[in-house]
Design a binder for this molecule. Structure first.
Ligand SMILES: Cc1cc2nc3c(=O)[nH]c(=O)nc-3n(C[C@H](O)[C@H](O)[C@H](O)COP(=O)(O)O)c2cc1C
Length: 424
């Protein structure tokens, strides 16, 4: 199976930073580098950084401040040597040439370890950018489709190995290996070519994380890794099957697309100890942030709502809002109040939380992979570093023992770790 570390430097649980012994700090690069090296020592495929483009005083502690993930990746590229390095960047609020260039640069300087998590950005970021309006979900995905095609085109500006460096002949680079792009589309006009050559893995790995219909279609056409939030085996199997079917329909090989649901493991020496840890985390959760965090995750203004009333029926929107749909499904199935749903959101934002012994967690992961629900997991520790170290030092060895996870890297690039073919 494949493993990614979803690194939020104050923990994934909104109260994770308060856990006894926890260290936290998005501003603390030493800590971030230490955690990334721990993931590398455990032979993880990659370490992944999310991103949002707006902040507010009530935001999740791991999200209220955060340096630009691509800049963090460049620093990690020299602090690590094998682990893949993935960053989120928005197709709604970025410029394709600039982003293609930054990603290609990180891919080069990390020797072929970069990945891009393509997001369309649910939260309105227009206040911080020249864009005057936040596009609707369907338009965001139309922009994303053109954006991704354009970025791929730019990445293919140069054929492999164009450098000649013939001192006597006076030929530095073979410009026959350079291709114009001249993209003139609906949203973007970009002449190209890109002034960055290919990395050891060709080009960055593409990750896609949208679960709505248009999100899945974008993933099926371009995604090589698919992140998703899944609560139960049946729903995860359905998503996995449907996504792989769409990949086939798009003319691609389904085995070349890795589906990795998020998983928050809470490791205990006994199941009861793990449950106690989760309860302790929940007891630290700041109730004053509930309205804001629910409004952000449900993408619906809930300020002033009664937290002890049942979760109201909210509209599902214009075909997007898959996270809202997932959270509302959890609320309905478990008959939750808004406050109870807030505890779900504060712990893992709709991702699966599994509290148990290392053995139980390994069994659970193995079961999902064997039952066609996942190709691996995006691990979301509730807090750092011990909440992660318990996973790498107790769960990973069990997976290795069972032949479910590598004992060492066999390749150099992220594409090799993931078993993906070299890009076109
Ligand atoms: C593991 C994971 C990580 C994500 N990270 C980000 C992120 O960093 N920034 C972001 O704007 N959206 C992120 N998303 C949200 C998705 O891009 C997407 O907007 C969301 O799942 C809703 O899907 P939809 O837009 O297709 O409705 C993430 C989703 C998942 C499952």
């Amino acid at each position: 199976m494949h493993l990614g570390l979803f690194l939020l430097a104050a923990g994934h649980h909104a109260a994770g930073w308060r856990f006894p012994g926890a260290e936290s700090g998005t501003e603390n690069f030493e800590l971030i580098a230490r955690i990334a090296r721990e993931a590398e020592a455990a032979k993880f495929d990659m370490v992944f950084f999310g991103d949002r483009l707006v902040t507010s005083k009530d935001a999740h502690p791991s999200m209220i401040t955060r340096p630009d993930p691509l800049v963090v990746l460049s620093a990690l590229a020299v602090q690590t040597s094998r682990i893949g390095l993935a960053a989120t960047a928005s197709t709604t609020y970025s410029d394709p040439f600039t982003l293609a260039r930054s990603l290609a640069s990180v891919d080069l300087l990390s020797k072929g370890r970069a990945a891009w998590n393509i997001v369309t950005t649910v939260q309105d970021g227009s206040g911080n950018f020249s864009r005057t309006l936040h596009p609707e979900s369907s338009e965001r995905y139309a922009i994303a489709e053109e954006f991704v095609q354009l970025v791929k085109g730019l990445w293919r500006s140069w054929d492999a190995d164009p450098y000649v460096r013939d001192k006597e002949g006076g030929v530095y680079i073979d410009t026959d290996k350079l291709h114009e792009l001249n993209h003139a589309g609906y949203y973007f006009q970009v002449k190209g070519p890109l002034n960055v050559t290919r990395s050891r893995q060709g080009e960055p790995v593409l990750i896609q994380a949208g679960s709505s219909g248009p999100g899945q279609r974008l993933g099926a056409r371009h995604g090589e890794v698919i992140f998703t939030a899944q609560q139960d085996l049946a729903a995860a199997q359905e998503f996995y099957g449907e996504l792989k079917r769409q990949v086939g329909e798009a003319g691609r090989d389904p085995s070349q697309v890795k589906v990795m649901p998020g998983l928050m493991p809470i490791v205990g020496r006994t199941a009861a100890e793990a449950r106690d840890k989760l309860a302790l985390l929940q007891s630290f959760t700041d109730q004053s942030k509930a309205h804001h965090m629910l409004s952000v995750e449900l993408d619906f203004d809930l300020s002033g709502a009664d937290l002890d009333a049942p979760v109201p029926d909210l509209p599902l929107g214009d075909g997007g809002f898959s996270r809202r749909k997932l959270l509302l499904k959890i609320a309905k199935e478990q008959r939750l109040t808004l406050r109870e749903l807030y505890h779900h959101v504060a712990s893992s934002r709709g991702h699966q939380v599994f509290a148990g012994t290392a053995e139980q967690i390994a069994d659970h992961m193995q079961h999902w992979v064997n039952q066609g629900a996942a190709d691996g997991f995006n691990i979301m520790p509730a807090y750092f570093p011990s909440g992660f170290e318990e996973f790498t030092r107790e769960v990973v060895p069990i997976l290795q023992e069972r032949g479910q996870f590598r004992r060492d890297y066999t390749g150099q690039t992220l594409r090799e770790h993931l078993g993906l073919a070299q890009s076109a």
